[in-house]
Design a protein around this ligand. Structure first.
Ligand code: AMP
Ligand code: MG
Length: 493
């Protein structure tokens, strides 16, 4: 039966199939809520027409005031390793699944409210979100999406009209989050912690059916499922690395089985290239630094592997052996993805065994010179269309850079493709506009403290076309002024 407000035929598969992994809950009410952002194109993908999206009733759903008919609203249970330490009792403390929709491609999609009040897993938290982090997640997740990086999406951002207590009182917000599911490595860890092999099996069967149906038909579906998750996550991290993205809290409860980026806490894009960059103020040991992300990928997937031991083989040792074989493939699989994306960033479509050295040397010079990651890649293509100065100006030690350029240009000439064509294809993978931290902060400050959404909307619109240079937006492609560095964000979002 169609839901009257959104026109969605809500499914309740998680509630139906995964008892033990959720508790039912309700949102709090926000009578003075107002809509700040609605995502029209995403709405159409979900089959919600624009009249419905913009209706007062939709606002009431997105602000928690009315519960969608035909839908079982619930908070999901999960555990997780946070900065390496196991915490059995996490769960959706400030998120509520309000329904599952079938999108235009026939795929099941979660619709979740984030910040709509306490749930059975809130522990001592208020279950709410401040408006700033809601807008931040909206902006960055939608920017990731147009950069071609798998991510949860943002359907709506609401200003609740209430205040939340953080370090002082702040305006509250609710984000409507869309995900191909919210199943995390931590969801599996929860089932394992409760020593419930039946629950692990139910969860894995559900995840296979929802995300990797092809693996159901092979000899060992559970092992194939694990390999598929490893593959998706390796691809995800390679994508992050290729745009200088630092997630900031790669805890196992923040890593999805689907391979979508989730939970944009202290995440940010790097300006000047420094592999040891962290943005989270609480990550004092730099566990989640940019350069550590591929190693953490394997660490996290090892935690997932541990949960699957009972399913893979009746002999525990054989199970561990099989899972270990897959784990050992993560690094080479990741490196292949990374290499392939990085090749395209420097204009190479053919493969040569020296490519990795050319890419690594470029990064090394960038690091030595503290050059801007995004600008370096973007400016490189200009050298192929008669402007070698723009890229050269980014490097003080021009002698080392010139040496590298000669080797790169020699390699480019082996491609046998017109240089203008190579330059054009480089510009399709090297964004000119990313959510620069200082621009994001500026836009959020205006929106949250001055009720002025104009800078946010301007930045958001620009980020919808990250590969097209637009006149009049020069300041958006520049890194932060030196006084804004070092940049830190806070986890308590
Ligand atoms: P995060 O750091 O956002 O990944 O959240 C870690 C855990 O804390 C998750 O279980 C969240 O649901 C929970 N949490 C975060 N903020 C709140 C809040 N304001 N109220 C209740 N639980 C929260
Ligand atoms: Mg989280």
């Amino acid at each position: 039966m169609l839901n009257n407000v959104l026109g969605i035929d809500f499914q309740n598969t998680f509630a139906r199939d995964l008892e033990g992994l959720y508790k039912k809950g309700n949102s709090c009410k926000c009578p003075s809520a107002e809509v700040l952002l609605l995502n029209k194109s995403l709405s159409l993908e979900l089959g919600i027409d624009l009249n419905r999206l913009q209706s007062k009733n939709a606002l009431d759903i997105f602000s928690g005031n009315i519960k969608p008919e035909n839908s079982i609203t619930l908070a999901q249970a999960y555990s997780g390793h946070q900065f390496g330490q196991f915490n059995p009792n996490l769960g959706d403390g400030r998120a509520l699944l309000i329904g599952e929709a079938i999108n235009q491609k026939g795929k099941l999609i979660d619709i979740q409210l984030k910040g709509a009040g306490q749930t059975p897993y809130s522990r001592r938290g208020d279950g709410k979100s401040a408006l700033g982090p809601v807008l931040r997640e909206y902006l960055i997740s939608e920017s990731m999406h147009v950069l071609g990086i798998p991510t949860t999406r943002a359907l709506a951002a609401i200003k609740t009209g209430d205040q939340v207590e953080r370090d002082g009182l702040l305006p509250g917000g609710i984000m409507t989050r869309i995900a191909s599911s919210h199943i995390r490595i931590g969801t599996f860890e929860y089932a394992r912690f409760h020593k419930d092999n039946q629950l692990i099996k139910k969860l894995t069967d559900y995840s296979i059916a929802r995300h990797f149906p092809d693996t159901a038909n092979v000899e060992n579906p559970y092992l194939a499922f694990f390999a598929a998750v490893c593959n998706q996550q390796a691809l995800l991290i390679a994508n992050w690395m290729s745009v200088g993205f630092i997630h900031g809290v790669m805890n196992t409860d923040n890593m999805t089985i689907s391979g979508e980026t989730i939970d944009f806490g202290p995440c940010a894009f790097m300006d000047s290239y420094d592999p040891s960059t962290v943005f989270s103020s609480i990550d004092v040991n730099k566990r989640y630094a940019y350069a550590n992300q591929p190693a953490i990928l394997t660490w996290n997937l090892t935690r997932l592997a541990e949960t699957l031991i009972p399913l893979i083989h009746e002999d525990r040792n054989e199970s561990i052996k099989l899972l270990t074989e897959v784990l050992q493939l993560i690094k080479p699989v990741y490196t292949n993805y990374w290499l392939s994306i990085m090749r395209s960033k420097i204009g190479l479509s053919k493969e040569d065994q020296n490519d990795i050295e050319i890419i690594s040397n470029f990064l090394e010079i960038m690091e030595e010179e503290k050059a801007d990651f995004t600008l370096c890649f973007r400016s490189l293509s200009k050298a192929l269309i008669g402007d070698g100065q723009t890229i050269r100006a980014l490097f003080n030690n021009s002698r080392r850079f010139d040496g590298w350029m000669m080797i790169w240009q020699e390699r480019i000439s082996q491609e046998g493709i017109a240089e203008e064509k190579i330059a054009a294809s480089m510009n399709k993978v090297n964004p000119i506009y990313i959510p620069r931290n200082h621009k994001v902060e500026e836009a959020l400050h205006e929106a949250v403290f001055k009720n002025n959404m104009l800078p946010f909307n301007k930045l958001h619109s620009l980020l919808q076309y990250p590969f097209e240079e637009i006149d009049g937006f020069e300041s958006f492609k520049e890194p932060a002024p030196k006084s804004d560095v070092p940049y830190k964000t806070f986890c308590g979002t």
